[in-house]
Design a protein around this ligand. Structure first.
Ligand code: AMP
Length: 212
């Protein structure tokens, strides 16, 4: 029997990911403590808890066979992995936002907009495809504060309820991507461990369906 290693993103997606596995009958060991490799009630499955941005890296390289990640992170990294299952949680949107008081999409004086974001590739691709030159400023958090501090004119960031944007005087201007959690799989290990892979996939799929 081969073991499947599943990379889970620490953070927002972690609890719903665990809940889906639990519903599928796979219980992570509760004495895991600070261990990063977590065994489960199914000897064929172990979990690995990593930073959200690292899930595609682990899965693409084969260090993990499977993973759960948001499509925002997945598209930003451009990882070459299979995406066998949409999981139906972690919904949000990647948007362009700017101060409600400032003109959009043109800035006064025709200057090039500076855009702060954790998603430089997706932001650049969005504006590039529209032939709109921008200067991308990469930050790793608290993106919404960038226009207030004149670090940038606009931001590209994730929005769920919109509360954070509103609280910082920002208005949603364009949607770049609708995002959600997906199961991803390493291409080679899906073939090499096909039996275990299909067994788990069926359980996860069934666990995500509403009860009859
Ligand atoms: P909200 O105020 O509900 O619109 O949430 C926005 C804040 O939560 C922003 O700082 C986002 O970066 C973050 N956020 C929203 N949805 C997600 C998600 N699915 N994954 C990670 N961060 C998120």
């Amino acid at each position: 029997m081969s073991r499947l290693r599943v990379a889970l993103a620490k953070g927002r997606l972690y609890q719903p990911s665990i809940a889906r596995f639990r519903a599928a009958g796979v219980e992570p060991a509760n004495d895991a403590g600070r261990r990063l490799l977590i065994p489960s009630s199914d000897p064929a499955i172990e979990f690995l808890a990593v930073k959200p941005g690292d899930v595609p890296v682990y899965v693409e390289s084969g260090a993990a066979d499977l993973g759960i990640t948001g499509t925002d992170v997945l598209r930003e990294t451009g990882a070459d992995v299979l995406e066998p299952l949409e999981l139906g949680f972690g919904f949000c949107r990647l948007v362009v936002a700017s101060p409600g008081s400032a003109p959009y999409p043109q800035l006064e004086g025709g200057i090039t907009a500076r855009v702060a974001t954790k998603y430089p590739r997706l932001a650049q691709a969005h504006f590039g495809a529209a032939g709109r030159p921008v200067d991308i400023i990469q930050v790793n958090g608290s993106v919404e504060v960038a226009p207030l501090l004149h670090l940038s004119h606009w931001i590209v960031d994730l929005v769920d309820t919109g509360n954070t944007l509103r609280a910082n005087g920002l208005v949603e201007r364009e949607t770049i991507l609708e995002c959600g959690a997906v199961l991803v799989a390493n291409r080679a290990s899906q073939k090499l461990k096909l039996e275990e892979y299909l067994r788990l996939m069926e359980k996860l799929e069934r666990a995500g369906q509403p009860p009859e």
